[in-house]
Design a protein around this ligand. Structure first.
Ligand SMILES: [Zn+2]
Length: 343
């Protein structure tokens, strides 16, 4: 009897040694400890104006939205586990009085900068309604060549983040005679017969994305994306793609999709490294897994949180899954990678 107890203890000790001591490798492989965590928030769309409604009648709380951001930053700082924060764009609303645009963008950026760590911003259509790219990018500390707003970063050797610029080809944000503005206007004339290019009237199914408030990834950015994914594949990195505009029809309405989401996904599907695509713009929760096993999660907007409610997330990143832990109105989503394309 004594001997059995002793053996049980030894077995117990062995299990303890194996799970705790044999290395963080085992714990990580089983998903117990994240490799790292980060915070995220989308569509703050702050403006010092009375509450209103979207085109579809959804209430918008323009003054409360900055309080959602403030609460998010407080929580991220309290937990101290997030290595960085990703902002999915549209920090200021298009209804912000234009003489207040600069100060309002600065005010929201300052709220973000209360976070004790790096913040990775991306631009949205509402940002560009307020300020041109030339003014916006330095304020958001997006430091790239020319007026490019796409970039990548690698928080740990195992992972790469790709931030796409969905307004690379856009009808706004640059001078009216800029080649990319002209390219966008020509594209819209061909694809959308309505006088109001923000109206999807008469457009059917996926054609309904050809609206002025959306945009496209240009040729040069597409080649850059291909190069980054090739490099990530060689380095055996897993990739998270972030874009203001959704990239999969299963995750959002047609009206919110990137104009050339299909071309971007064709590039992504050439490789097995992209595991998750995250987006904003749609304002409501969306989630899908595409034909290649890539997860697409579209994020709830901070703007649409009634006073006293919140929407932001903490994301735990593991070797074999990414777990979005939502706060309050943001849903949680556990995204397990397809074992067929695990490496
Ligand atoms: Zn947007």
């Amino acid at each position: 009897m004594v001997m059995v107890v002793s053996m049980l203890l030894r077995l117990d000790e062995l299990v303890e040694w194996y799970t705790m001591g044999s290395a963080s490798g085992l714990a990580t492989a089983q998903g117990r400890q994240p490799l790292f965590s980060f915070g995220l928030i989308s569509d703050v769309q702050y403006a010092d104006i009375p509450d209103g409604r979207s085109f579809l009648g959804v209430p918008r709380y323009y003054r409360h939205s900055i309080l959602v951001l403030r609460r998010a930053v407080q929580e991220w700082n309290t937990h101290q586990k997030n290595k960085f924060v990703v902002n999915f764009g549209d920090i200021v609303d298009g209804f912000c009085p234009k003489d207040q645009s600069l100060d309002t963008v600065k005010k929201v950026v300052e709220e973000f900068e209360m976070f004790k760590g790096p913040i990775y911003h991306m631009i949205g259509n509402h940002c560009l309604y307020n300020l041109p790219r030339s003014k916006l990018l330095p304020l958001l500390k997006i430091q790239t060549l020319d007026d490019r707003a796409h970039y990548d970063f690698s928080p740990v050797p195992e992972y790469r983040f790709v931030v796409l610029d969905g307004y690379d080809i856009s009808a706004f944000g640059r001078p009216n005679d800029h080649p990319k503005t002209l390219e966008a206007l020509k594209f819209l004339r061909e694809k959308n017969p309505n006088e109001d290019k923000n109206s999807p009237n008469g457009l059917v199914g996926l054609e309904r994305r050809f609206l002025m408030f959306n945009g496209a990834v240009g040729k040069e950015q597409m080649e850059w994306l291909d190069g980054v994914l090739r490099d990530a594949t060689e380095l055996k990195q897993k990739v998270v793609v972030c874009c203001h505009l959704p990239l999969d029809p299963g995750s959002s309405t047609e009206e919110s999709l990137l104009w050339n989401y299909d071309e971007v996904m064709d590039v992504i599907h050439r490789y097995n490294c992209v595991k998750v695509c995250l987006a904003g713009h749609e304002h409501k929760v969306g989630y899908s897994i595409d034909s290649h096993g890539v997860h697409h999660r579209v994020l709830e907007a901070a703007l649409e949180c009634p006073p006293g409610t919140y929407a932001f997330g903490n994301v735990d990143v593991y070797d074999d899954r990414i777990s979005l832990v939502g706060t309050d109105r943001m849903e949680s989503t556990d995204m397990h990678f397809n074992p067929q394309v695990y490496l």
